[in-house]
Ligand binder design. Structure first.
Ligand SMILES: [Cu+2]
Length: 115
C-alpha cells in the first residue's frame, strides 16, 4: 500500500508541476545581475536576447515574484531566470538560478526599458 500511495503522490506532484508550467507563457533568459532593488522587489539585469519575447540584449529592471528571491542573488553574478507574462502584460521573474560570478562583461546594447 505504501508503494501505491507514493506513486499517487508523485502523480499528483507531476500534474501540479504541469499545471504550473502551462498556466502562463514562460520565457527563459540569462544575464548578469547589475543591481538588487530590495524595496522595489526588482532586479536590474543585463540580459542576453530572449527568444519568444523578441527582446534583444539589454539592461533592464525585472520584478521578482517573491522579494525573498533577491536574497539568493549577488551583484555581478550570472543568472538563469524564468520569466512569466502576467495577465496585465508585464513580466515577472518566477525562478532564478545563480550561476556564479560572471566571467564576461555584461552584454548590453546600452538601451534601457521597463515593463
Ligand atoms: Cu529587456
Amino acid at each position: 500500500m505504501f508503494k501505491i500511495s507514493k506513486l499517487l503522490g508523485s502523480a499528483l506532484i507531476f500534474s501540479l508541476f504541469l499545471s504550473t508550467v502551462w498556466a502562463a507563457e514562460q520565457h527563459e533568459g540569462k544575464g548578469v545581475v547589475g543591481d538588487i532593488k530590495m524595496s522595489a522587489g526588482k532586479l536590474t539585469i543585463s540580459h542576453g536576447p530572449i527568444a519568444g519575447l523578441g527582446m534583444s540584449a539589454m539592461t533592464m529592471d525585472f520584478k521578482v515574484y517573491d522579494p525573498a528571491m533577491l536574497e539568493e542573488v549577488s551583484k555581478g553574478h550570472e543568472i538563469a531566470f524564468m520569466l512569466e507574462q502576467t495577465k496585465a502584460g508585464g513580466l515577472v521573474i518566477m525562478e532564478i538560478e545563480d550561476l556564479g560570478m560572471a566571467k564576461n562583461a555584461p552584454v548590453s546594447d546600452g538601451q534601457s526599458h521597463d515593463h
